[in-house]
Design a protein around this ligand. Structure first.
Ligand code: B16
Ligand code: MG
Length: 218
């Protein structure tokens, strides 16, 4: 059987940390007098921490000093770290362990491709780190999604050609990055938002082992 590369995003794909990013960004935005709803949050999914704060400030027409910018980023991350320090295996999204175990059983290569600088700590907290042959996160890239860099590095580390890689992503920017990398993009979430992905599923419970087989034999 052919070995393909399966690259997983983290937030919103393996664990639902999107809700913690939302709470932490909302607190910060509201303190600055800027509206922050699920609509704004959607636009920050898969987007780096620096770029996220830049976007929030532009929505509120705010300009701040570099020092203040750094302080706000640190405050947001400290709030976020509080939330993730309480995470456990119950926060793994449905059927993620089944898909990881199925891929392992089929001797496929598995990587993480996340924008988060906290990715390794989160994988350790939910006890999934050992499933990954390679981990690429926000500390390893110079260009954020939708740039394909994160997935290209993951494919290199797995020693698999980009066109033989499959990416699971919940964000608009992440699906764009996977497409730009010439990989098979699989959107996890709402098809109205992720319509540019090759396939879209609400979650992993909809991804059958037969579908996984079909991705490998393609
Ligand atoms: P951090 P992903 C992304 O992770 C999140 O979707 C995004 O909302 C967040 O701002 C970004 O990580 C940076 O995270 O502040 O922890 O470095 O979806 O690419 O796994
Ligand atoms: Mg994500």
């Amino acid at each position: 059987m052919k070995t393909k590369g399966f690259i997983f995003d983290l937030d919103g794909v393996i664990v639902d940390t999107a809700k913690y990013h939302f709470l932490a960004w909302k607190k910060l935005a509201n303190q600055l007098g800027i509206d922050f709803t699920e609509h704004e949050n959607e636009q920050l999914k898969g987007v780096s921490r620096v770029r996220s704060l830049e976007k929030i400030l532009s929505w509120g027409n705010k300009t701040i000093s570099q020092t203040q910018f750094s302080e706000l980023m640190e405050a947001k991350n400290n709030d976020y770290l509080q939330y993730i320090s309480a995470m456990d295996t119950q926060e793994i999204l449905p059927d993620v362990p089944r898909v990881l175990n199925t891929l392992k059983g089929l001797e496929q290569s598995i990587a993480l491709g996340s924008a988060s600088k906290n990715a390794r700590a989160i994988l350790e907290r939910v006890n999934l780190k050992h499933h990954f042959n390679a981990i690429v996160d926000g500390n390893d890239v110079s260009k954020a999604k939708p740039d394909p860099e994160v997935f290209i590095i993951a494919a290199k580390l797995l020693n698999v050609n980009p066109e033989d890689c499959v990416v699971f992503e919940d964000s608009v920017a992440g699906v764009k990055a996977a497409n730009a990398a010439n990989m098979v993009s699989i959107g996890i979430g709402n098809s109205a938002i992720l319509g540019h992905a090759k396939h879209v599923f609400n979650d992993f419970t909809e991804i059958s082992n037969a579908f996984i087989d079909s991705l490998i034999s393609k």
